[in-house]
Design a binder for this molecule. Structure first.
Ligand code: AMP
Length: 273
């Protein structure tokens, strides 16, 4: 595995490779969710590139940028063992200069749900993904459905800006008890870890209601809110794949999402139906 710490080193590494490139952008603190993306990239491409970059522009002032988990040594091992060919590990100076051109998230879809709770977050996400895609120039790029709105907005960016890359959405990987894997789960103590299960439990309840034929979005949201108590819920939402709010679940075109704080840790989860 080649570790490239600058754009020049990345370019030199890629110059030695032939064929399709599968790319998995991450912020590190790698877990099985990330590994599933890397394994899919490994199966489907000749060369696999993973980036690890805790992108400062997607954190709002007061968020967890400085304490975001960093696990350089373990992450390098995981990448090596997963068959990654090139690990791109740039520093902030190698990614940004001051007074830059940036990508702006769309006015509506970029500023609802996650974008309402974290205004500006998606501008940072789209900007860094654009930079990374331009540097790696992959055939396929892998994103988790766990970050559903991020996936939708990146898909829209690729579409709107006529970019030439295939986006591969990947299912959310969960612990046995249902908790969606997240680098932020390490912030949870034992009691909070149990409370955090309310997110996936509320989504299971939504799925159960839909399977029983209860398609009314308000009723599903009310049942979820009930189960989420006493967590500090930021939103419960039911949208279509375009992230438009819907009154009735349509199987095959619905995403149910939840964001809540467990202690000071902000968690998100969703289910696609
Ligand atoms: P992050 O390091 O949190 O920025 O995530 C990097 C990529 O891994 C994103 O595309 C995420 O959606 C994806 N990811 C994070 N958690 C999971 C999970 N539990 N299952 C599947 N993919 C995930």
């Amino acid at each position: 595995m080649i570790i490239a710490r600058s754009r020049q080193e990345l370019q030199a590494a890629l110059d030695t490779k032939r064929g399709s490139i599968g790319f998995v952008p991450t912020m590190g603190a790698l877990h099985i969710g990330h590994r599933t993306l890397i394994e899919a990239a490994r199966r489907e491409n000749e060369t696999v590139v993973v980036s690890i970059f805790v992108n400062p522009t997607q954190f709002l002032p007061g968020e967890d940028l400085s304490k975001y988990p960093r696990r350089e040594e373990a992450d390098f091992k995981i990448c090596e063992l997963s068959g990654v060919d090139v690990l791109f590990y740039p520093d902030v100076a190698g990614m940004y200069e001051t007074d830059e051109v940036r990508v702006c998230a769309p006015d509506v879809r970029g500023f609802i749900l996650e974008g309402a709770s974290r205004p500006g977050h998606f501008d940072g996400v789209l900007t860094v993904v654009m930079k990374l895609l331009n540097m790696v120039r992959p055939s396929r790029v892998y994103f988790g459905k766990k970050d559903a709105q991020q996936l939708a907005l990146i898909t829209q960016m690729v579409d709107n800006l006529f970019m030439d890359v295939k986006i591969i959405p990947m299912e959310t990987v969960r612990e046995k008890d249902g908790l969606a894997l997240s680098s932020r789960n390490v912030y949870l103590d034992e009691k909070q870890r149990v409370e955090a299960l309310k997110l996936s439990a509320s989504l299971k309840e939504a799925t159960k209601m839909v399977m029983q034929g209860n398609l009314d979005a308000e009723k599903i949201k009310a049942a979820m809110m009930n189960l989420l108590q006493p967590l500090d819920v930021e939103y419960v939402a039911i949208v279509n794949r375009q992230f438009e709010s819907i009154k009735e679940v349509v199987i095959g075109n619905t995403i149910v999402l939840v964001a809540a704080r467990v202690g000071t840790t902000r968690l998100i989860d969703n289910v696609w139906m």
